[in-house]
Design a binder for this molecule. Structure first.
Ligand SMILES: [Zn+2]
Length: 463
């Protein structure tokens, strides 16, 4: 399945199988763009706003063409004539464009009723016209196929989860429910937002049997989830930004300028800072199995924020034998991780992923959970979690770091061929398990991050 899809995409890129298995891309370009009135003056439609000398929609079209998605359907409405005037049938831009014109606004999904007849394949991608993105679609399509998903949403953390609509997902990405920003959130939540890019099976169109206004999340996707249909979130650190305000356009311009956007695309090798949890990111209190015992280190927010802005991925890898010991369940560990995401999210920072090993090899504790009392490949200093992350995010381990407060973390980093930094918080390297020498020894996590980033800066200057 995986190879077949990759070949398909490769062939499309080279134009060899131009008429077979084409992925059609639907761009929802009907937005009114009131928030961009200062730039559009209500004379050009929002997706035609200029970003670095080109209309936003042209950035999208070029990005789709580059990966071989040359069959494009644009759903246009307000001022849509300007879009048709500019793009025509797409010839001039090396693509084939069809239009669907909404005479009356149909919301984010009402047009599915008409799209059904324009779609030629079983699977299509869809995106909102006010996004700036650079993503490896082949990974997302592969995920969609491997999961047997009917609808896959590109999801990512954002800088303000507390006032955003969020998604609650299972560990494998299956979406359990939409968590509206209007809900009173008296629970810990994951920072997981719908970015506006989708892979759908064509049969989703059957859910709109009449040409009436429909909302994609609230009507169509919610109905699918409630009916038990497989709806998945594809979590990715790639750059997808809604540029629906003047401020956001300016941020995107700055990100283009510093090469940040293409660097984050998973076609490119990524660098990652792997972080231990207890004693590194949060205060050391022995085994933590109750969420009330989880408390961030004082500099955790600052440190994670610097990672977020640096271009490094930030991923936690932690041994949690509390499950094997029978002190708590997998669900309770996940709840502790939601607390971690909530506390970081309240300050506008986030982790790209969290992996944990629930196992422990030694039997003989009174309340142990035998299912997890097994030798495994993920318990640090083994590198199962690191390898899993490396595959998922295309990580170059030789350009990555492991930071932790124990010799186990340092040994893990060495085993995986990474750079290593020991922090003097938590156990401060006094666990004595391995005789290892870290590359850096730092007082705190934020000092470690600062040192790593300034070493990189020096290296760039020397080049
Ligand atoms: Zn394990």
């Amino acid at each position: 399945m995986r190879e077949e899809l990759t070949n398909e995409l490769a062939n499309e890129t080279t134009g060899r199988s131009a008429n077979e298995h084409r992925i059609q891309a639907v761009i929802m370009a009907g937005g009114k763009g009131t928030r961009l009135a200062a730039l559009t003056k209500d004379e050009i439609p929002k997706p035609m706003v200029m970003v670095a000398g080109k209309p936003l929609l042209l950035w999208q079209v070029e990005s789709l063409r580059e990966i071989g998605f040359t069959d494009i359907i644009m759903v246009v409405g307000h001022l849509g004539g300007k879009i048709r005037e500019y793009f025509g049938n797409g010839d001039r831009f090396g693509v084939n464009i069809q239009y669907f014109v909404e005479d009356t606004p149909l919301g984010t999904a009402g047009s599915f009723y008409y799209l059904k007849d324009m779609l030629t394949e079983d699977t299509f991608v869809m995106m909102s016209g006010d996004l700036f993105f650079d993503i490896d679609f082949s990974r997302m399509l592969r995920f969609h196929k491997e999961k047997g998903s009917a609808a896959t949403l590109f999801v990512h953390p954002n800088g303000h989860p507390f006032d955003s609509d969020l998604l609650a997902m299972e560990e494998d990405g299956r979406i359990l429910k939409f968590d509206s920003k209007h809900n009173k959130r008296d629970y810990w939540y994951d920072n997981c937002v719908n970015a506006g890019i989708f892979v759908f099976d064509k049969k989703i169109c059957d859910l709109v049997p009449e040409p009436v206004k429909k909302n994609l999340e609230n009507d169509v996707l919610r109905e699918m989830i409630e009916a038990g249909e497989p709806v998945y979130g594809y979590r990715s650190p790639e750059y997808v930004k809604d540029v629906g305000t003047v401020d956001r356009i300016n941020q995107t311009l700055a990100d283009i300028e510093r090469g940040f956007i293409s660097k984050k695309c998973l076609r490119e090798k990524q660098s990652c800072i792997f972080l231990d949890r207890d004693g590194t990111l949060n205060k050391y209190k022995g085994l933590i199995y109750k969420e009330e015992d989880f408390e961030l280190e004082d500099d955790a927010v600052e440190a994670v924020g610097r990672i977020n802005r640096s271009g490094y991925l930030g991923i936690v890898v932690t041994n949690q034998p509390v499950v094997a010991r029978g002190l708590c369940s997998i669900e309770e560990v996940e709840n502790i991780h939601r607390k971690m995401a909530t506390l970081l999210g309240q300050k506008g920072v986030f982790l790209d992923d969290v992996l944990f090993c629930p196992h422990h090899p030694d039997k003989g504790y009174p309340e142990e959970n035998p299912a997890y009392k097994i030798p495994c490949e993920c318990r640090k200093p083994k590198i199962g979690m690191i390898e899993k992350a490396a595959q998922k995010y295309n990580i170059d381990l030789s350009a990555s770091w492991m930071i932790g407060d124990t010799t186990i973390d340092i040994q893990t980093g060495i085993n995986a061929g990474m750079h290593t930094a020991l922090v003097m918080t938590g156990e401060a390297g006094k666990d004595g398990k391995y005789d290892v020498k870290p590359e850096l020894v730092c007082e705190s996590l934020s000092e470690a991050i600062n040192k790593i980033l300034s070493m990189d800066e020096r290296r760039t200057e020397e080049k």
